[in-house]
Design a protein around this ligand. Structure first.
Ligand SMILES: [Zn+2]
Length: 267
């Protein structure tokens, strides 16, 4: 009886070990930022990570077993079936806020880490707190910032007709391709709002990867059954919150996750 029990325990331990190994090494954590710097309005404060904390988070990634990868590497891995490095992390910033240039970009250049900015092209260079096209060009030419699509006007695509959705998707892709001379293969849903119809149109328009706001870590290889999940990096989080998110996509236990700002991102 003891022998059976020992064998059972050994098998259980093996299964757990394999599961943990698979979970950690064959995964992609996509970090979602919006602003880097100090908020001027209280209602936006949750979306601001201070430049100092941003720097500390990157230092933590660089000094740990995680590998920061570029969006191009993720796209290529998906297209070719090649493996990403174990414990891959992709840094993304949504909307193209001006502070991405003034606060985040200096850190990105100094630390030499790739980041992705999802841009709403019709608002770029128009709204005063968003990036100008000159800044977009400078960041693109540095080689550390890749731009991908966040639609043209940052609209909730679910509420639009097929023709309007296609216009949003095609304009943003064409404008970015023409401005930067690069292929644009990834799309990020404004407000995280999508449904089956929207998703089909995203892929029909030529994108190969889509990013949502649902929390979590992506198991690899990504099967495209749902948009890539992201971990929300928000104001007031400790480095241990950040570290926990890298493994689970949540800063505390999954049970507690509902109390923090999922509602801000859901449509
Ligand atoms: Zn957005």
């Amino acid at each position: 009886m003891t022998g059976y029990f020992t064998v059972f325990m050994l098998c259980t331990a093996l299964v757990v070990f394999v599961w943990i190994f698979r979970k950690d090494s064959r995964s992609l954590c996509v970090l979602m930022y919006h602003h880097v710097g100090v908020a001027t309005r209280e209602d936006e404060a949750a979306f601001f990570v201070s430049a100092d904390m941003f720097r500390q988070q990157i230092d933590l990634l660089l000094s740990s077993h995680f590998h920061i990868v570029s969006l191009r590497e993720v796209e290529r891995a998906y297209q070719t079936g090649q493996r990403l490095p174990p414990h891959s992390v992709l840094l993304t910033l949504d909307d193209g806020w001006l502070d991405n240039y003034t606060q985040a970009f200096p850190v990105v250049k100094e630390k030499k880490v790739p980041v992705t900015i999802f841009l709403s092209v019709a608002l770029t260079g128009v709204e005063k707190d968003l990036l100008t096209w000159q800044q977009v060009h400078e960041m693109h030419e540095s080689g550390w910032v890749q731009f991908a699509s966040h639609g043209a006007h940052h609209r909730r695509l679910r509420n639009l007709s097929d023709a309007e959705i296609i216009e949003e998707l095609a304009i943003s892709r064409n404008v970015l391709t023409k401005a930067l001379g690069t292929e644009v293969l990834s799309f990020c849903y404004p407000y995280g709002a999508f449904d089956r119809r929207v998703r089909q149109l995203v892929f029909q328009t030529g994108y190969i990867m889509d990013f949502g706001t649902r929390k979590g870590i992506n198991r690899l290889p990504w099967k495209a059954h749902q948009p890539l999940r992201r971990a929300h990096v928000m104001a007031g989080e400790s480095l241990s919150d950040f570290y926990r998110q890298l493994h689970t996509g949540y800063k505390r236990s999954i049970r507690c996750a509902g109390k923090y700002p999922d509602r801000l991102f859901s449509a």
